[in-house]
Design a protein. Structure first.
Length: 261
């Protein structure tokens, strides 16, 4: 089930560990999407900590928050962009979203399949989506001290397979949060060093979260028969599409008898 919005707010905005996690994940997202000018950027779950860099240039920014989680006004220094909604019914038109990021949404929902269908629906042609989930093999999914210790953790193969079943094409994968999920000062001081070293390690070995960027797969429509006329058909096929006209009947011969005069 979804976490409570107050617990998420306290972690990301009022704890040193949460602020460190927020910065690491947000930096990776901004590196993926350096230019969102004129785009519609949407976050689902508790993606608000990741959306601030896009407020300046994006055409529109919306933070969708699931009903069981609750909603909070955001940003505190501007017009509110937070919206309370259902997992399976987003107040967004089909195909209008250019960039979609999901944090604390997929692993905590009770209807992941329907949620992914809704994400596919709102994403527009050429749009990109990023799914951020706890890494099953990482330390963060094993600690109750962070929101990543709740819900269903994923392996990279499991996440990619689930996204593929919902017609998403994987474009990029990575892992981050190599620092331990601990608030101790010794780990906070060495967090930057651990993140730098961790990027050189295998993705399934150390990272606390998995990040997968996908695009929307569009199936080609199928239509019966030819969609356009063949301009230069083979001569061998002449007469098949248009059969020869029926030959005229031969003139009948009338027998004339000599009538005696």
């Amino acid at each position: 089930m979804h976490l409570d919005v107050l617990d998420l707010r306290n972690f990301y905005y009022r704890s040193a560990l949460g602020r460190a996690a927020q910065k690491v994940i947000r930096d990776e997202l901004v590196a993926m999407w350096p230019d969102t000018k004129g785009h519609m950027v949407v976050g689902f779950g508790f993606a608000l900590p990741l959306l601030r860099p896009f407020l300046k240039d994006a055409r529109r920014v919306i933070g969708l928050m699931p009903g069981p989680q609750g909603v909070m006004p955001w940003p505190a220094d501007g017009k509110n962009v937070s919206v309370l909604c259902e997992d399976t019914l987003w107040p967004i038109e089909t195909g209008k979203v250019d960039r979609l990021v999901m944090l604390h949404g997929l692993e905590t929902t009770e209807q992941p399949s329907v949620l992914l269908d809704e994400a596919w629906r709102v994403l527009g042609p050429g749009g990109r989506a990023v799914f951020i989930v706890p890494n099953r093999a990482g330390l963060w999914s094993r600690s109750d001290a962070t929101p990543f210790g709740y819900g269903r953790p994923y392996s990279l193969g499991q996440l990619e397979a689930q996204l593929r079943r919902h017609q998403f094409v994987t474009e990029r994968t990575m892992s981050t949060l190599y620092q331990p999920p601990s608030a101790r000062k010794v780990w906070r001081k060495s967090a930057g060093f651990l993140e730098t070293v961790g990027r050189k390690m295998p993705v399934v070995a150390a990272g606390g979260v998995l990040i997968v960027e996908v695009s929307k797969q569009m199936a080609a429509p199928t239509r019966p028969g030819l969609t356009e006329a063949v301009r230069k058909p083979f001569k061998a096929l002449e007469g098949i599409a248009k059969p020869n006209p029926k030959p005229e009947a031969a003139p009948s011969r009338t027998m004339v008898r000599d009538v005696p005069r």
